[in-house]
Design a protein around this ligand. Sequence first.
Ligand code: SF4
Length: 219
Amino acid sequence: MLDKKTSKRVLLNIISEYPRKHKRRDPFYVLVSTVLSQRTKDANTDKASLALFKKFPTAYELSKAEIKEVERLIKPAGMYRQKAERIVRIAEVIVECYGGKVPNTLKELLKFKGVGRKTANIVLAVSFGIPAIAVDVHVHRISNRIGIVKTKKPQETEVALAKILPQEYWVQLNGAMVNFGQRVCTPKKPACSACMFREVCEYGQRNTSGDSESGNSGG
Ligand code: SF4
């Protein structure tokens, strides 16, 4: 496992070299599109979000929507029946309990069905600029592969990363890790031979060919 100083340097390099720009930061959009993004690719999430928000741009409008129509609009995101039900329910609760505004605390966000720590932390970080580390499959996989953490569950990764990375960088970490995880440290065939972290990365050192999946410690 890497020492804390090296781990911090790697994380800061990922943040500076692979920054991710968010297209929109309004909380309702970020919340709903993050729910839509579960278990699908960015391109599918974008298609579904675009169609959905064109028709139902606010929590109030989505709360009144017909589930069947929402299902049709978000179909590209997959699991569309479950997701449609969840996002309409989320919209209803936002309207009924929060005056149409997405709450800005972890505790309140976690009360929504279909919203876990990852989604809640993304909303806090991206929309409200509140320090939070959102750990998704990319963050969990990459942190373990490199040897920054040795964890089994995403929440353990969140706690471990919070001890290494100064709070001022938490908001940027998820987006940069997602970007890095899509472009370089991909789930199945990470481009280790072209990766700037190969010299320190535990997985990269074991996989000298750069294309082998053997020895995968994180994903
Ligand atoms: S060396 Fe390979 S496994 Fe390590 S961070 Fe880079 S791409 Fe990922």
